[in-house]
Design a protein around this ligand. Structure first.
Ligand SMILES: Nc1ncnc2c1ncn2[C@@H]1O[C@H](COP(=O)(O)OP(=O)(O)O)[C@@H](O)[C@H]1O
Ligand SMILES: [Mg+2]
Length: 501
């Protein structure tokens, strides 16, 4: 292999003989006498390999060296120092965490050249790897390459071209808010505000004045006039999350706003014109809420002009590794963690998990693993996932059977054990579903159904677990998250019962 170009940062020690020897062997060496000069050079030119030469001790702060090393993310670094310098914990930590390799002076040039070549090859590999992943993240911050996310992107661009209300459906954590932001960003309103409101999180007696604003003296405590959130979104988009939680009387006000584009602050006589696009989202099925009288049908039809469904993560498992890698990069860049990525077992465990908490759950698990792992590669345990036992030896038929059973139990769980809905979701007739349930010994407990079926209502005992329940992760206690279903309350019910027997 040909000698390449390297950036050499000399912070002390007898650097000159080493550099001269490397130049004599054909290396293109750019030298920086301190970290400031190194920063200037890095701003203009990318080096696959950096060489840091330290004498007997580090004469600058470790953090400054770390910043220099991280300034060009695609580079690999090698440290040359006296053995004495490695007595200092700070330098040892730096070398172990941020450097490809180190060598002790006096240098063995053959060995150094070999290390430089290896580092260069590794940098090249990383560059190719990053390039392959980069186009998975679009300008909207949405990661994924599978057919489901591709379709979602197309739908987002279509609806963004209009000004009509949009209703986004999908389970909690699947990316509804991200989709709403993307619609705003792609629309002609992108320079205007994007205001997100969680209708379920504001107390019912405050929500009217929060949304519509109030005049001075409109009620006890209204000592001054106040703009509401809809007014604050003027010229932009308001995102009404969990719109199913909006009290019925406010549904009437919202309908008036959608029809007439005017609002009345609480206590106001005059109405105000506002130019705001509404994007709403709900994790409950609003059509069902309409059917049981909990949601106004006229508002539903008005909102449902354009509707988008964000698929649950388990229906687009092809995106799991890319999303995991993306979140890993984001978390690892922020922390001083030395962790390099996921082990093969971790990837297998992620592909076997049903992700009831969807993308949010994946993000939370990766974030926690990056902070808590002591290893170079994140393992299933760090993610709080059960290791997959020998998936390779399972055989295709067995794997199909397991997948079929998984799909049925998950769907039944999600639709509150409603056979008609489950059959529709699974794309089979009710008779076929009964037959398959019989084949897999899945019993259906005729428990009372809630009015509006929560998508993750916990199944009762007869829905047998498919996989061993991931036990409450021991780290949950340390991080102060509840042990069972640690990440998001919405999937608490599912994390336990869904698993393989
Ligand atoms: N396709 C995606 N690419 C990157 N991040 C995503 C994607 N989908 C969801 N997320 C992230 O997952 C988390 C949950 O998404 P969010 O939009 O809040 O879900 P929802 O509104 O459906 O509950 C957020 O941190 C979001 O940025
Ligand atoms: Mg949300």
């Amino acid at each position: 292999m040909q000698p390449g170009s390297i950036l050499c940062v000399t912070l002390g020690g007898a650097a000159t003989p080493v550099l001269e020897a490397l130049i004599a062997r054909g290396w293109d060496v750019t030298q920086a006498g301190d970290l400031v000069a190194a920063g200037r050079i890095q701003a203009h030119r990318h080096f696959k390999v950096g060489l840091l030469i330290v004498g007997t001790s580090l004469i600058v702060a470790e953090a400054a060296v770390e910043a220099c090393v991280n300034a060009s993310p695609g580079s690999e670094w090698i440290c040359l120092c006296e053995a004495e310098a490695l007595e200092h914990t700070g330098l040892r930590e730096l070398v172990l965490g941020c450097f490809f390799d180190h060598q002790v002076l006096p240098v063995d040039l053959d060995e150094l050249e070999m290390t430089l070549q290896h580092a260069s090859q590794r940098a090249l590999l990383r560059l190719r790897h990053d390039a392959a992943h980069r186009h998975a993240v679009d300008a909207l911050g949405m990661v994924g390459q599978g057919p489901a996310i591709t379709r979602l992107r197309q739908q987002i661009r279509k609806v963004a071209a209009t000004d009509a209300p949009v209703l986004i459906g999908g389970e909690s954590g699947s990316g509804k808010e991200l989709a709403a932001r993307a619609i705003h960003q792609c629309s002609h309103r992108s320079a205007g505000p994007f205001v997100a409101v969680n209708c379920g999180a504001i107390s019912p007696n405050l929500i009217q004045s929060e949304l519509f604003g109030h005049e001075r003296g409109a009620f006890t405590g209204a000592s001054s006039e106040r703009r509401g959130l809809i007014e604050a979104a003027n010229g932009g988009t308001i995102f009404l999350d969990e719109i199913g939680d909006l009290p019925v009387e406010l549904q009437t006000n919202l309908l008036r706003f959608l029809q007439e584009k005017t609002i009345n602050r609480v206590g106001a006589v005059r109405s105000l014109h506002v130019d705001v696009r509404v994007v709403a989202a709900s994790h409950v099925d609003l059509a069902e809420a309409v059917a049981v009288g909990q949601f106004r049908d006229d508002l539903f039809y008005r909102l449902n002009v354009l509707s988008i469904e964000v698929a649950p993560l388990r229906r687009r498992m092809e995106d799991v590794p890319i999303l995991a890698e993306y979140f890993f990069q984001r978390c690892a860049a922020k922390s001083r963690a030395r962790v390099k990525g996921f082990s093969r077992q971790a990837v297998a465990a992620m592909l076997a998990h049903a992700w009831p908490g969807n993308v949010r759950e994946l993000f939370n698990r990766v974030q926690r693993a990056v902070v808590m792992t002591d290893r170079r590669l994140i393992g299933p345990n760090d993610l709080g996932l059960a290791p997959v036992d020998n998936p390779v030896g399972m055989g295709l038929d067995a794997a199909r059977t397991v997948a079929e059973r998984d799909a049925i139990v998950l769907t039944l769980t999600r639709v509150g054990r409603n056979i008609t809905h489950a059959a529709r979701e699974l794309g089979v007739s009710r008779m076929t579903l009964y037959r398959l349930m019989d084949k897999h010994s899945i019993a259906l407990d005729a428990g009372p159904r809630p009015h509006v079926t929560p998508p993750w209502s916990a199944p009762t005992a007869p829905l047998q677990p498919l996989r061993p329940a991931p036990a409450g992760h021991p780290l949950d206690a340390m991080l102060g998250t509840p042990a069972a279903g640690a990440f998001h309350a919405d999937w608490t019910g599912v994390d336990k019962p869904v698993g393989r027997a």
